[in-house]
Structure formats: C-alpha cells, structure tokens
Ligand binder design. Structure first.
Ligand code: FPP
Length: 249
C-alpha cells in the first residue's frame, strides 16, 4: 500500500517528536545484547530523518538519552555514549551535505567531554542549514528544564529585570532549552508503552499523541507515514468546539 499518497502534503506537522523506545526488547528477541538494539536503532533514525525531510517536516526531535538513563548498568551507559559520539562524529558531514541542522536540548554540559565536543562541532558545522532541524534530546529531563526556567525567571524578578505580571506562556517558553523551536504537533512513542516519561512536558500541551507497538529498531518510513496519517485524521480543537474550527479554516 502506498501510504505516502494518503498524506495531505499541505498539512504535515511542522514538528514531530519521538520517544524511541524498545531497543532493548528488540535485541533480546533476537538473542543479542541490549546495545545491539541501540546500534540498530540508529538505522531507524537515518530512515525517519530522511522521510521527515522529504515530507517537509521542519523539526524532528528525538529522545536519545534522558537524565534517568544514567541509572542503567554502566556498560549500557558507556556503550550508548560511545554510540552517540561515533554516530554524531560519523554523520556530521553527511547531515551537513543534506541540509540538516543539528540542535540539542537538555543538559549538554552534563554529558561526557567527547560527546559534548562532537555535539558542539556538529551543531557548529550544520548551523547554516535550513531543510530540517534534527533536535537531539540528550541528558534531558522536562521537569529539570521547567525548574531551570522557573529559577531563571525568579532571578530576573529578584533583580528587577522582570515583573511577575510579565510572566506569560511566551516568556516561560523562551526560558526553556527549546527556545525558538515551535511546539510539536505530533508526539510518537514506539514499543507499546503509553507514557510520556519526562519528555517535553510543557511543549506537548496541545500535541497529538501517537502510540505504536512497533519497537524502535523496526520503526521505518511507513511507520512514520502511518503516524502522520493518524495525526491528520484527528481534529485539533485547542479547547474550542468543532464549529469554531471549521469557520477558521
Ligand atoms: C530506548 O530503548 C532507547 C534509548 C534509551 C536510546 C535511544 C538511542 C538511539 C536509538 C541512538 C540514537 C542515536 C542518535 C545519534 C540519535 P530501551 O533501551 O529503553 O528499550 P527497552 O524499553 O526495550 O528496554
């Protein structure tokens, strides 16, 4: 079935965020170590990025490492960091040549030195690109991000730079690590889990949620198309009633 032809090209999300889950279970099913699942998951990242770019999605945010992930066995954490460093270093030129701008959200300074360096170099190298923004959530925690924004605002109020009344949705958003990035219209989680797991809690206030049982290493182009078709079948009301929506179109 040609799923792509079912997509309304004028109504693709500008920003898709993905919780890439199920690498460990995928590897176990094949009788491999968990890291094999993460390695294979990089293939899905490549394919999904390409498909998103072709659909003219402008931001693709991937939850690659949460602050909670530090609690995994040391061998897995080291392997994941190594994979991130190798992938980012190995793909930076290709990303640059294909018009991808790399961005990162989360506590980047809390990453191991080599990961931090590769990431910053890749972001610098690709900063002129405009086709699509690949946003990697690394050492990311939505609650920490919200607390950090709150502290920054409290400090500004304390210093007299800002009044309490000036704190709005927009001002708050501008103190998050996603500053300048539009909120995702669509959030996908793979592997059959129905949780948000401390990802983009502020930014997904109005996002459509798409859950699929597909494990991340099996998630390919057609799975992304299915998620977008599902998104396009929903009516986004933003708290209004249907009649108001049809009038505004
Ligand atoms: C969740 O699966 C996946 C992760 C914590 C890591 C995802 C990272 C990658 C796919 C590498 C991406 C690389 C780049 C450069 C973006 P899990 O381990 O929680 O799976 P499980 O729930 O089956 O145990």
């Amino acid at each position: 079935m040609d799923l792509l032809s079912k997509i309304d090209k004028k109504n693709t999300p500008e920003h898709i965020a993905i919780i890439m889950d199920g690498n460990g279970r995928w590897a176990k099913k094949q009788g491999h170590m968990r890291l094999h699942g993460h390695n294979t998951g990089v293939e899905s990242v490549r394919e999904v990025l390409k498909a998103a770019k072709e659909m003219k999605v402008k931001y693709l945010t991937l939850y690659a490492f949460s602050t909670e992930n530090w609690n995994r066995p040391k061998e897995e954490v080291d392997g994941l960091m190594d994979l991130l460093v190798r992938t980012i270093a190995g793909e930076a030129d290709e990303l640059n040549n294909s018009g991808v701008r790399m961005l990162a959200i989360g506590d980047i300074d809390g990453l191991p030195g080599d990961c931090n360096i590769e990431l910053r170099q890749a972001m610098e190298k690709t900063k002129q690109n405009t086709d699509i923004n690949l946003v990697l959530a690394l050492n990311y925690s939505a609650r920490s991000e919200i607390i950090s924004a709150t502290k920054q605002l409290a400090e500004k109020v304390n210093n007299g730079e800002l009044s309490v009344d000036e704190i709005s949705d927009e001002v708050f958003s501008n103190h998050l690590t996603t500053k300048g990035i539009p909120d995702p219209e669509l959030l996908i989680r793979t592997s059959g889990e129905h949780r948000i797991s401390n990802f983009l809690l502020w930014q997904i206030a109005y996002s459509e949620l798409h859950f699929t049982p597909v494990l991340w290493p099996d998630f390919k182009r057609d799975d992304l198309y299915k998620a977008v078709i599902d998104y396009q079948s929903r009516e986004r009301r933003f708290g209004m009633v249907s009649e108001q929506i049809s009038k505004s179109i």
